[in-house]
Design a protein around this ligand. Structure first.
Ligand code: ATP
Length: 236
């Protein structure tokens, strides 16, 4: 039922001044589910991600773990396991890989060794670079670090905004493998992704956003069989 949802977005609208970026959106993510939000540039994916994390004012309802997000401070949402890996990655550029990772675990105090081992196992490229400054790493390595840092926070809900952005195919494969493992671990994920093929490959359920509106919802198979999705996003 609706009250089992870890994240429940209902009739949610967001505007930037006169620009309406999200219109009456409905979306839910149940515990253990991997949900993807797809859509073209400017569809409102990041807006939804940022709204869920409490960064933006909104109309309607956004409930995380049963609490209305507008009534929570972002730091309390983080404390409750809502961890957001932003499109910009927001790494601490002049800090080392390992320091970035350890900061991701701050809500757990010093008890982070097991998660650090998991992240290094997930992305061996990070373990080879523990002392390297984040801003000297390649785009793909920085994306691994951003995802790794998010995992260090032991997310109850991991919001991943455009992890594939600007990545070459070979790096994409590493990220894809990492995301498979995250899914196997049973982490609940909301993936915002312009790369539809990537999203269809990983998600249990998909929402398609266009011009701020949810226009389709379904399993990857349902969306693959949808004429509009095929023609507009899968090359016919
Ligand atoms: P992209 O993948 O290109 O980031 P997106 O689907 O994530 O696209 P959003 O970034 O959420 O889309 O943008 C949705 C709409 O809101 C766009 O028209 C964008 O120009 C607008 N918008 C986003 N952020 C702001 C802002 N801070 N101020 C004004 N308008 C904004």
């Amino acid at each position: 039922g609706a009250d089992e949802a870890l994240l429940s977005v209902a009739d949610c609208s967001v505007s930037y001044g006169k620009v309406s970026a999200l219109r009456n959106a409905d979306l839910r993510v149940d515990r253990g589910e991997f949900v993807a939000l797809i859509g073209p540039n400017g569809a409102g994916k990041s807006t939804l991600a940022n709204t869920v994390s409490g960064f933006l004012p909104y109309e309607g309802s956004v409930a995380y773990a049963g609490r209305e997000v507008r009534e929570c401070r972002p730091r309390d949402l983080v404390q409750d396991g809502l961890i957001h890996c932003t499109e910009k990655r927001d790494l601490f550029g002049f800090m080392s890989v390992e320091d970035n990772l350890e900061l991701g675990a701050y809500r757990h105090g010093r008890d982070a060794d097991e998660r650090l081992a998991f992240v290094y196992d997930l992305f061996p490229a990070l373990e080879e670079r523990t002392e390297q400054e984040a801003n000297t790493m390649s785009g793909g390595e920085q994306q691994m670090l951003a995802i790794g840092r998010a995992l260090m926070g032991d997310p109850q809900l991991l919001v991943l905004d455009e992890p594939t952005l600007g990545l070459a195919p070979v790096v994409l494969q590493d990220i894809s493998d990492g995301i498979d493992r995250i899914r196997e671990e049973g982490v609940t994920v909301l993936l915002c992704e312009q790369n539809v093929t990537f999203a269809l490959k990983h998600a249990d359920r998909i929402y398609l956003l266009e011009n701020g509106e949810v226009v389709r919802e379904g399993t990857p198979d349902t969306l693959r069989g949808d004429d509009h999705v095929r023609e507009s996003y899968l090359g016919g």
